[in-house]
Design a protein around this ligand. Structure first.
Ligand code: FAD
Length: 383
């Protein structure tokens, strides 16, 4: 059961049609190439209004409530034939732009947010570094003030859209002695001298999404490119992570449902011991368990959507939703491969890609253990 309005269902159909007609026919090619044409695809996403669902119409957004984001993430996760492209799109809609929208200056929003909402610019989010991922506090990229500029030095790794981005919303340290108030978010145009892509990374899954290691070598950007106040970047980024985790949760559950449906379809036509495999009660029970878990996770996600739309604090619930949804997608993927037998181990069967792609959910955007850390803290489990 969902809680979407008829208008939201119509919007979901538009999203599904877009993926089925304009993206899925190219997925094999883009997966093989290890990259998809982000500028081309993002332009169409912009035309469909996918990048500014909740954003201020002043910058080209639609000014809608969070249920529309839920509808978008669920429709996209359940219709694309790979996870890499939805992930890249979600980076733009819910990872590299939320702080810019909420705290950026008018000038900065005109320059980067408005073209991102239109899909005319490709953005990336640069938080993770070679020596600090889960421990965001441990990042070492610095920005030193020099007159009207910041001079940025450091490296970022695992950056989605990294080879194609026009800008990277970059988390830097501006004061090493100011603890959590020593971080700042800066929009770094990738054409700035000193910025370079060190390498495009060779991944296990999400193949059509390009992932890069980035180098900042005396990169000079105007102070005007700073998002909000100096020293508040850590707090802005933690808020931004909530958006990232929630769309990941919606996408994971929709992907799990799609993978389960594909497995059921396979089991209905695959015969063994004189009958279709689906006739085995053991198999039916396993499918019933997974279907129940999908519904549970889906309802938790809707609960979060309701809280977010109502403006309630839901860090606890969002962390639970990310943990449960991404773990579940791995479980469904593994069981799906098992029930496909040898065919599930073949690249030509979608379930094998889904198994590779779904593995990322429990690592990226805050690993399962980071979610458990947040939940345990909020539940007061520490001694
Ligand atoms: C395909 C891909 C795309 C990505 N895209 C982006 C992006 O666009 N921008 C960006 O900034 N980052 C991106 N990331 C980085 C991602 O967010 C990090 O990989 C993730 O946060 C984990 O950090 P780490 O890899 O440094 O692992 P580490 O922090 O070294 O952790 C390794 C493991 O240790 C365990 N662990 C961590 N903390 C704890 C704890 N407190 N208690 C117990 N166990 C713990 C977890 O199992 C974790 O997976 C991407 C990663 C991948 C793989």
């Amino acid at each position: 059961m969902d809680y979407f309005t008829p208008e939201q269902h119509t919007f979901m159909k538009t999203v599904r049609d877009f993926f089925e007609k304009e993206v899925n026919p190219h997925v094999e090619e883009w997966e093989n190439q290890g990259i998809f044409p982000a500028h081309q695809v993002f332009k169409r996403c912009g035309e469909l209004g996918l990048f500014g669902i909740t954003y201020d119409p002043k910058y080209g957004g639609s000014g809608l409530d969070y249920w529309w984001t839920a509808a978008y993430a669920e429709a996209m996760g359940g219709s694309c034939n790979c996870s890499g492209i939805p992930m890249a799109i979600m980076v733009q809609s819910d990872m590299c732009t939320p702080a810019l929208h909420d705290f950026g200056s008018e000038e900065l929003k005109e320059q980067f947010l408005a073209p991102s909402i239109k899909g005319e610019m490709v953005g990336a989010i640069g938080v993770t570094e070679p020596a600090a991922g889960s421990d965001v506090f441990g990042i070492q990229t610095t920005a030193r003030r020099d007159g009207d500029h910041y001079v940025i030095n450091g490296r970022k790794i695992f950056i989605t859209n990294g080879t194609q981005a026009d800008y990277v919303t970059t988390l830097v340290k501006t004061d090493k002695d100011a603890a959590h108030h020593g971080f700042t978010l800066i929009v770094v145009p990738t054409k700035t001298p000193g910025f370079s892509v060190a390498r495009k990374l060779d991944k296990v899954g999400n193949l059509s999404s390009d992932t890069a290691e980035l180098v900042y070598d005396d990169v000079r950007v105007p102070v005007a490119n700073r998002i909000g106040d100096e020293g508040l970047g850590f707090i802005y980024q933690m808020r931004q992570f909530q958006k990232e985790r929630m769309v990941a949760a919606f996408g994971a559950v929709a992907g799990a449902r799609k993978a389960l449906d594909a497995t059921v379809a396979y089991l209905k036509q695959r015969e063994a011991f004189g009958k279709p495999l689906i006739a085995k009660q053991y198999i039916q029970f396993k499918l019933a368990e997974l279907s129940t878990q999908i519904e549970l996770a889906r309802q938790l996600n809707y609960h979060c959507a309701r809280m977010i739309a109502a403006g309630e604090d839901c860090v606890r619930e969002t962390s639970m939703a990310k943990l449960a949804s991404c773990r579940l997608s791995r479980e469904v993927a593994d069981r799906g491969v098992q029930f496909h037998g040898g065919y599930g181990y073949m690249n030509e069967y979608p379930i094998s890609r889904y198994r590779r792609d779904s593995r990322l959910g429990s690592i990226g955007g805050g690993a399962d253990e980071v979610m458990m850390y947040i939940i345990a803290k909020l539940e007061n489990y520490a001694a």
